[in-house]
Ligand binder design. Structure first.
Ligand SMILES: *[C@@H]1O[C@H](CO)[C@@H](O)[C@H](O)[C@H]1NC(C)=O
Ligand SMILES: *[C@@H]1O[C@H](CO)[C@@H](O)[C@H](O)[C@H]1NC(C)=O
Ligand SMILES: *[C@@H]1O[C@H](CO)[C@@H](O)[C@H](O)[C@H]1NC(C)=O
Ligand SMILES: *[C@@H]1O[C@H](CO)[C@@H](O)[C@H](O)[C@H]1NC(C)=O
Ligand SMILES: *[C@@H]1O[C@H](CO)[C@@H](O)[C@H](O)[C@H]1NC(C)=O
Ligand SMILES: *[C@@H]1O[C@H](CO)[C@@H](O)[C@H](O)[C@H]1NC(C)=O
Length: 632
């Protein structure tokens, strides 16, 4: 009897134990295909395991359920027990309908991810009860209609993502109760107009609004006027052709505006000029033909400007960016009609640090186009630049050749940096750059350039070939020597020669004049002058003319009647007058009688002068050798 009693007890105990263990297991049941985590944060993951319903036997205290990538088709009556749920991820399933009041007990739910399902409509009570919901993701579904009361309870919603759906419009007052909303995306829908009235106008706390990739053609006056807190507005990928003058009225706090890939044909200068706090602007992918002067009026805070893929852009006014004194980053990539960059374009942008102008149609770029001493990044690849001497500066930048010794633009590109480092190895490394230090105030910096891609074109036999600039030698770019040095040296030599020659000439002239004047009392010469100049004008050379003029000065009374040298008869006439007398001085000299002496004197003078001249020329040569040392 005792033994059976004991046996009974053992059986009872063990049964209770088994029962207890079993109950315990039921209480914290975790399907074998899922992963569960216990207290204090009860969490469950059942990811990509082919579930077709939400498991109902999980810990009722569960706070986090991740059911992403399953085959769940509905949420009817399956979430009722999980009233402590805070995060529910149902993304990448096959949910087609949300039904009514299925989240009624999820008063603690903060995050609900329903993206990548097949939801077509959001009925009236779909999200009823989600009073604490902060994040609702409905992206990449097929939502065409949202009931105007569907979001009625979501007063604490901060982020609503409806991107990748098929919305064409919103019912009035759909967004009305979303007082707390800060982020709203309608990206990639088919909205025909900005849902402002009775919708956006209630979202006084909105910071980011994404309306990109819709079918907006037009933005009316005051379309965002109540969005006082808006920081980012995305309107890219629409078909905007027009913006009302007051389209951006009220967006005083806007920092970033994206209007890429639209149909704008002129820069909306006036509309943008209201956005006084704008720091980022992208207008890429529009149809501007040019950027007029002060195209970005009043945008003094602008730091980043993107003007890429402007197929028709052909010109930029040199004053286009004058108001944008804080501009730091500018991209002008892929503008196939843009052939010439104006000089001084960046003169009023002292903070410009990064410029990208890749794949345009630029054929010529000069160093003066860019504030090279301030730039940190310069990208110029893919332009049909002509390989010639004008490109020497760019060749130097890409090869790093001779940069470390150049004092006029303190540039260090990666290859040259090593060389420069060797030179300045003794100096301690620079302290890290403080972002607050204005770019212009930094003494030394590296310039990053897309040196591995920049090429230039050479035209040979009408064929164009692109050469990598970095792989070329200095001679390849048609600058066989340092052209500037050569030109300046040649010019200097010419200048010195010219000065020397004129000095010599003056010296010679004055000395001769002096000597002739001292000879004036020689009576033979008084007679000789008349005979020399008048009857034998073909023998009159500049020397004699000068002597004549000198004598004229001293003997002005005697020779007043003499004809001025320019009045002398033409040699042809004289030849006729004197028959066939040969016109050489030696033959004429005996016939002229009294002038023989004079000619001898003259020859003597000439001889003397030649000697002097030779001496002076030798001296001159000596003085001339100096510039060679200086300039070459
Ligand atoms: C759920 O799991 C997926 C896949 O691991 C992950 O990408 C996702 O972030 C998770 N969801 C949440 C809310 O943590
Ligand atoms: C669903 O959304 C939540 C909240 O944004 C996010 O944390 C989670 O990673 C998303 N799930 C997936 C699979 O991306
Ligand atoms: C938009 O507002 C401007 C004044 O801010 C006004 O001149 C213009 O006519 C308005 N446009 C329309 C379509 O009402
Ligand atoms: C925007 O600019 C105005 C005046 O220029 C200034 O008063 C205001 O504080 C700025 N707002 C923000 C959010 O920076
Ligand atoms: C917008 O521009 C594209 C490309 O030029 C053109 O095909 C389209 O018809 C334009 N749309 C409108 C509404 O002007
Ligand atoms: C180099 O080519 C460009 C473009 O054809 C031309 O404008 C420039 O004058 C040329 N420079 C020299 C030094 O020949």
């Amino acid at each position: 009897m005792v033994q059976t009693k004991v046996n009974c007890r053992i059986i009872i105990y063990s049964t209770t134990l088994v029962l207890l263990v079993f109950l315990q297991q039921v209480y914290t049941f975790c399907p074998s295909i899922c992963t569960c985590e216990g207290d204090p944060n009860v969490r469950t993951w059942c990811i990509g395991v082919g579930l077709d319903v939400v498991p109902i036997q999980l810990n009722p205290d569960v706070r986090f359920i991740n059911l992403t990538a399953n085959q769940i088709t509905h949420v009817h009556f399956t979430l009722t027990f999980y009233y402590k749920l805070e995060v529910l991820d149902l993304s990448m399933n096959r949910i087609e309908a949300l039904g009514s009041r299925n989240f009624d007990t999820q008063a603690n739910l903060r995050t609900l991810n329903l993206s990548e399902n097949a939801i077509a409509a959001i009925p009236k009570d779909a999200f009823r009860g989600l009073k604490r919901l902060q994040v609702l993701k409905l992206c990449r579904n097929r939502v065409e209609t949202v009931h105007s009361a569907a979001f009625h309870d979501l007063r604490n919603l901060i982020e609503l993502d409806l991107s990748g759906n098929a919305l064409t419009s919103l019912e009035p007052a759909t967004l009305r109760h979303l007082y707390s909303l800060e982020v709203l995306s309608f990206q990639n829908n088919q909205l025909l107009e900005v849902p402002y009235e009775r919708n956006l106008e209630h979202l006084g706390r909105l910071q980011l609004l994404d309306l990109s990739v819709n079918l907006l053609e037009y933005v009316a006056n005051d379309s965002f006027v109540a969005l006082r807190e808006l920081r980012t507005l995305k309107l890219g990928g629409n078909i905007l052709t027009e913006l009302d003058v007051g389209a951006f009225h009220g967006l005083n706090g806007l920092k970033a505006l994206d209007i890429v890939d639209n149909n704008l044909t002129v820069v909306p200068t006036l509309q943008l000029s209201k956005l006084c706090n704008l720091t980022y602007l992208s207008l890429s992918g529009n149809y501007f033909e040019g950027l007029p002067a002060v195209a970005f009026l009043n945008l003094f805070q602008l730091q980043q400007l993107h003007l890429d893929r402007l197929d028709r852009l052909a010109w930029i006014d040199a004053r286009a960016f004058v108001d944008n004194t804080n501009l730091r980053i500018l991209t002008l990539d892929d503008n196939p009609s843009f052939t010439s960059l104006p000089l001084r374009l960046f003169h009023s942008n002292p903070n410009l640090a990064e410029i990208s102008m890749r794949r345009n149609a630029l054929i010529r770029l000069d160093a003066v186009h860019f504030p090279l001493d301030r730039l940190h990044r310069l990208e110029l690849a893919g332009n049909p630049l002509v390989c010639n001497c004008s490109l020497l500066w760019l060749w130097r930048l890409t090869t790093g050749y001779g940069l470390h010794e150049s004092s006029d633009f303190r540039l260090i590109v990666p290859a040259a940096a090593a060389a420069a480092a060797l030179i300045t190895a003794a100096q301690p490394p620079e302290p890290p750059q403080d972002e607050a230090v204005p770019v212009a105030a930094r003494a030394h910096h590296g310039l990053r350039i897309d040196r591995d891609e920049i090429g230039c074109d050479r035209y040979e036999d009408g064929r164009r070939t692109r050469h990598l600039l970095r792989a070329m030698t200095e001679g390849d770019i048609d600058c066989p020597t340092h052209l500037v040095t050569v030109v300046s040296a040649v010019l200097s030599i010419l200048l010195v020669l010219a000065t020397g020659a004129s000095v010599l000439y003056v010296l010679r002239a004055s000395r001769r004049r002096k000597q002739l004047l001292t000879d004036d009392d020689d009576p033979r010469r008084k007679a000789g002058v008349t005979e020399l100049i008048v009857p034998h004008p073909q023998k009159v050379d500049r020397l004699e003319l000068e002597r004549y003029l000198a004598q004229q000065q001293s003997l002005v009374n005697e020779y007043r009647a003499l004809r001025a040298p320019w009045e002398l008869p033409l040699p042809v006439k004289e030849d006729l007058k004197y028959g066939s007398v040969a016109a050489t001085g030696r033959e004429l000299a005996p016939a002229s009688g009294p002038t023989t002496d004079h000619y001898e004197t003259l020859d003597y003078y000439q001889h003397q002068h030649q000697q002097q001249q030779q001496q002076q020329q030798q001296q001159q040569k000596r003085t001339l050798s100096r510039p060679h040392i200086v300039f070459v």
